[in-house]
Design a protein around this ligand. Structure first.
Ligand SMILES: [Zn+2]
Length: 303
């Protein structure tokens, strides 16, 4: 990290999954509301993705896009150039049909062998659409456990990004042979909690200035630490319950994303990075110039 000036890295990530999708008791796959119709829709995810990619291109910001394989398949039918459209960005895996791996909401816990089949199938689908190596995973609903994390390590993933933590340093989980690039939930210097996901800003519970300032204020906490921004493309057009936003409210949300990104880009101590590229720096972040560990090694992360 000798030539890296950034005091804090910032990663922009998207969970690309069906519109306002929810887990349904007794079903493995998630559905868009109303669940009685038994369908997963991607109209808004599609519009939101295109809008966000346009913004990222304009601002020249690289991102990490976690695709649910089913959604990627449906998007690729509408956008035959999906691979080229996303070429500046990392592709990560967000499961096949948004499976609730712990069975918390579906009532159907998924065992290790089933999880392996689901993730393998997801990777096959994503490999058929995108021409990039997939090294990262984000669990649907951010529901994970040690078994799932160790399975990811065994399957060759380099990192997971499903755990929420108040610490912005990368964790290496020796038992799982996997980096955890945790999503943030931290008490900013303002005293209020700021999380990676943008929905509190979309809903007016936090404002753009506070979010940007809170991210910047964490820069001194861990040298070379990482703050991950996240949202779902459909959130630009609908609420989690499936209510469509007015055109004006949608425009406001697009502006919020643009203003957050522009605000962070303007801060000299912050540097945007893709999560796959960040993992290449992780060893340096954890060790000082003499190769000594800066932080205690951990065997497992608390999940
Ligand atoms: Zn999701």
């Amino acid at each position: 990290m000798a030539n890296e000036k950034a005091r804090l890295f910032v990663a922009f990530s998207l969970d690309v999954d069906p519109d306002s999708n929810i887990a349904v008791r007794g079903r493995i796959d998630s559905l868009s509301p109303p669940p009685e119709e038994g369908r997963a829709r991607i109209d808004l995810a599609h519009r939101g993705l295109i809008e966000t990619l346009r913004l990222l291109k304009r601002l020249n910001i690289p991102a990490s896009l976690f695709f649910e394989a089913r959604t990627a398949q449906m998007l690729a039918e509408r956008e035959p150039d999906l691979n080229a459209l996303t070429s500046l960005h990392e592709i990560g895996c967000h499961s096949h049909r948004h499976e609730d791996f712990l069975g918390t909401a579906t009532g159907i816990p998924i065992n290790r062998a089933q999880a392996k089949d689901i993730i393998r199938e997801s990777l096959q689908i994503l490999d058929g659409i995108f021409s990039r190596k997939i090294t990262g995973f984000r669990a649907p609903y951010l529901r994970t456990n040690h078994d799932l994390l160790s399975l990811l390590g065994e399957m060759g993933f380099t990192y997971d990004s499903s755990v929420i933590s108040d610490c912005i340093r990368p964790f290496y989980m020796k038992r799982a042979s996997l980096w955890e690039l945790a999503l943030a939930s931290l008490r900013a210097d303002s005293g209020r909690r700021v999380i990676s996901y943008l929905h509190p800003v979309f809903e007016g519970k936090r404002d753009v200035k506070e979010y940007v300032w809170a991210v910047g204020s964490t820069a001194h906490r861990i040298k070379g630490g990482l703050f991950i921004i996240a949202f779902h493309p459909w959130e630009l057009f609908a609420t989690p319950s499936g209510r469509l936003l007015s055109a004006e409210d949608s425009r406001k949300r697009v502006d919020i994303v643009a203003n957050v990104l522009q605000g962070l880009k303007a801060a000299p101590e912050l540097k945007f990075i893709r999560l796959d590229q960040y993992t290449a720096l992780c060893q340096d972040i954890l060790h000082d110039e003499q190769g000594r560990s800066r932080y205690p090694q951990i065997h497992e992360i608390r999940v």
